[in-house]
Design a protein around this ligand. Structure first.
Ligand code: UDP
Length: 323
């Protein structure tokens, strides 16, 4: 199978490129390296380019060249999306439309889209299944929901088949230690906690201890990067076998609090971790937990690394030797 991975130099995309290549796919990565890393693309062809470059897309997406496109390239920081919404609508919506146009012109009819729990907004119930209303509360979530809606229209009008995968909290790293999370600036909890453990930063700030949760800190559903990649692979296979377009929530169905993540990191690393209490971060719901029953039933998805300690252990393996 010939797959174009857009954003293949980023955290999730780079793991996907490795996985697809090991499964025997011919992979081409397109990435503008605005946040990804060239040395994270361990397999296949690499093209540095931007989705705003329509001529590049037209040249790249020649008829017959790709069987499917996986799209990981987007801006992902909620706070920044509130400050700079134009960047989010440009990168996440306009540029995705360019990609979809190029796919239409070249006849590529299968698309796997990285969506997010942020399309749901404030939870009305947990765990959240696909029937949960989608009412995003920030431009990041809205930009992803817009593309989900575009994809429904494009299926109806153009027959483009897609799977939207709504990630809860992607975590962990390549168990072989070759790849991991390398955002700059880093905003995600687990890498920050591990940087506090390794001495790369002084401490970890806990954003709020007054939530309505057992220990007062926010609860999230962490999902191992390899389990996430497996879901993409299964989704791709389902489309290859003629499945209809679909949307799946992806998480383990287990919530862990910020404090539990820190306690787990102390246990796994054997290092002291300095903790500092900080105010709540805007737009953080108290509890986000996925109900991924549909993905299990329809795709046969079975997480292999559902245990938080395993995710932290793999992320720690990466943190200790990352560039
Ligand atoms: N968090 C925290 N300190 C940090 C970064 C994150 O307490 O330095 C909390 C954040 O408020 C949220 C959880 O950790 O409750 C997970 O945040 P992250 O940014 O990793 O993912 P998100 O849930 O925003 O997708």
């Amino acid at each position: 199978m010939k797959i174009l991975v857009v954003g293949g130099a980023g955290y999730i995309g780079s793991h996907m490129v490795k996985r697809l290549s090991q499964l025997g796919c011919a992979v081409t990565t397109l990435d503008n390296l605005s946040s990804g890393h060239r040395d994270a693309v361990l397999y296949g062809n690499f093209i540095q380019g931007d989705l705003a470059d329509r001529a590049l897309l037209k040249g790249l997406l020649q008829p017959g060249r790709f069987d499917a496109v996986m799209h990981f390239a987007s801006s992902i920081q909620v706070g920044e999306s509130v400050q700079q919404p134009a960047k989010y609508y440009e990168n996440n919506v306009t540029n995705t439309l360019h990609l979809l146009d190029a796919m239409r012109e070249s006849g590529v009819q299968r698309f796997i889209f990285s969506s997010t729990a942020a399309t749901f907004g404030e939870p009305q119930y947990t765990p959240m299944d696909e029937r949960h209303p989608q009412a995003p509360i920030n431009p990041y979530g809205r930009s992803k929901l817009m593309i989900e809606q575009v994809l429904q229209d494009y299926d109806r009008a153009y027959g483009l088949k897609s799977v939207c995968l709504r990630y809860f909290n992607a975590a962990g790293a390549d168990p072989d230690g070759q790849l991991g999370e390398r955002h700059d600036p880093e905003t995600h909890l687990i890498p920050l906690v591990l940087q506090a453990a390794s001495g790369r930063r002084a401490d970890i700030a806990v954003f709020g201890r007054d939530y309505d949760t057992p220990d007062g800190t926010c609860i999230r559903d962490y999902i191992h990067i390899n389990d996430l990649c497996e879901a993409h692979w299964l989704a791709l296979q389902s489309l290859m076998q003629g499945a209809q377009s679909q949307r799946y929530n992806l998480g383990n169905g287990n919530g862990f609090s910020v404090q539990e993540v820190i306690d787990t990191a102390i246990r796994v690393t054997g290092q002291p971790i300095a903790v500092r209490d900080a105010p709540r971060r805007d737009g953080d719901p108290a509890r986000l937990v996925a109900d991924a029953t549909l993905a299990r039933q329809q795709l046969g998805w079975q997480p292999q690394f559902a245990d938080l300690a395993t995710m932290v252990r793999h992320a720690w393996g990466w943190e200790k030797q990352r560039p």
